[in-house]
Design a protein around this ligand. Sequence first.
Ligand SMILES: Cc1cc2nc3c(=O)[nH]c(=O)nc-3n(C[C@H](O)[C@H](O)[C@H](O)COP(=O)(O)OP(=O)(O)OC[C@H]3O[C@@H](n4cnc5c(N)ncnc54)[C@H](O)[C@@H]3O)c2cc1C
Length: 464
Amino acid sequence: MVPSKALADAERRPYWLDRPLAPEPLPPLTGDVTADLAVIGGGFTGLWTALMAKERDPSLDVVLLEGRAVGWAASGRNGGFCAASLTHGLGNGRDRWPAEIATLERLGRENLDEIERTLSRHGVDCSFERTGELRVATEEWQLAGLDEEVSAAASLGVRLERLDRERVRAEVDSPTYLGGVWDRDGVAMVDPARLAWGLRDVCVRLGVRVFEHTPVRSLHDDGTALELGTPKGRVRAGRVALGTGAFPPLLRRLRHFLVPVYDYALMTEPVPADLLAEIGWRNRQGVGDSANRFHYYRLTDDNRILWGGYDAVYHNGGLVRPEYDQRDATFEKLATHFFETFPQLHGLRFTHRWGGVIDTCSRFSAFFGTAYGSRLAYAAGYTGLGVGAARFGGNVMLDLLQGRLTERTELEMVRHKPMPFPPEPVRSGVIQLTRWSIARADEHEGRRNAWLRTLDAFGVGFDS
Ligand SMILES: Cc1cc2nc3c(=O)[nH]c(=O)nc-3n(C[C@H](O)[C@H](O)[C@H](O)COP(=O)(O)OP(=O)(O)OC[C@H]3O[C@@H](n4cnc5c(N)ncnc54)[C@H](O)[C@@H]3O)c2cc1C
């Protein structure tokens, strides 16, 4: 089908957020309150932080302040791949922290198991399906990377299944697949908006005071507490946890480490059973391809296909604007790639198209720290793999705020920051050169040019 025809009726909103299930927002803060802990940001980082703070100490007085509605940003509009990896994949983690990758992998799997247990303990219904992820090669040069991943995982005691062309096509039948790896246990699929809304409800049930439409505009230390200014009220809190993702951070120093990068996705109408049978996909895994500019895709519980990725767009100056959530050139490209991957689905239509902003840092995985004499902690920089890792980020922040030395806080990954991005306008130049080089590498059998090799040597880069 011509992509523009398949896209013609697609709503310009995130599918996940565009459903009657969306709860009414909770009232904004009016007046002045005090709290032991104030959490800023109602995405997964903030929600998990507030929830776990109450589970650690039910007597703690916790408030959560969200500038718009809980889950409206990245957390409610993503692919819903809830991965164990804390490091944006094993390869990335091993390159950066070879000495602690075994610990990071174990902590990541424990984190994913804990997510599953917490959702079941609190009855959060978000279509959590531990189906794993199939990583597929669509070009010959990508096959070596799959073999490498399997042996690296094996050396850490993690079993990944290497599938040849026939076996991978028996799972999900695309004529473009040449081979694959099935990580059965390390990734779950979730409905991200229902996860965010469910976590909000749990927070409220545990006694967290959640205020929506309450942007924090100022932060200062009055000597005894941190004071947060919002349009209609103030919070004085002993401790503050900052989980504000890609948005301009209240703590200015974070601007050196974060760039907002836009990622885009499409959602199809439900795929009729006979058509879906032609593809197989009985095990309902999430799928990702192995190019530098990769696609990710998965089934929803009513058998729509979410199809996203490929372009990672940085706007010069690092601007975050509502109009950037739409990008027709990217939607057309994504639709074209969709029908190349699944020609069997010719005639299927997309119902939604949207984009969202990702908190990208130069090492592709979250960083952490404190300010104001360790009374404020922050976690950001998940770089497109924060659905699962956000809970880990929340745990790190709580450890730091309690002044506890834990296995988490002792990690090199937690103690050290990523390389900062240079200031503008050099920042834009460097990012656009890197994007161009990444696209060229995909067109030249993965060969990395001198610029990418230099970045690799310094352990830095750009990704979504
Ligand atoms: C299109 C897309 C697809 C993705 N796919 C995946 C995927 O499949 N798997 C995966 O692991 N990751 C994915 N990600 C990334 C993932 O969504 C994020 O890493 C994760 O949701 C980050 O959560 P967060 O809470 O840190 O940030 P956010 O969800 O962005 O939440 C931050 C919140 O802070 C609030 N805020 C900001 N400033 C203030 C302030 N001053 N006062 C009050 N509130 C404030 C914002 O309103 C926002 O609600 C994707 C992201 C996008 C955009």
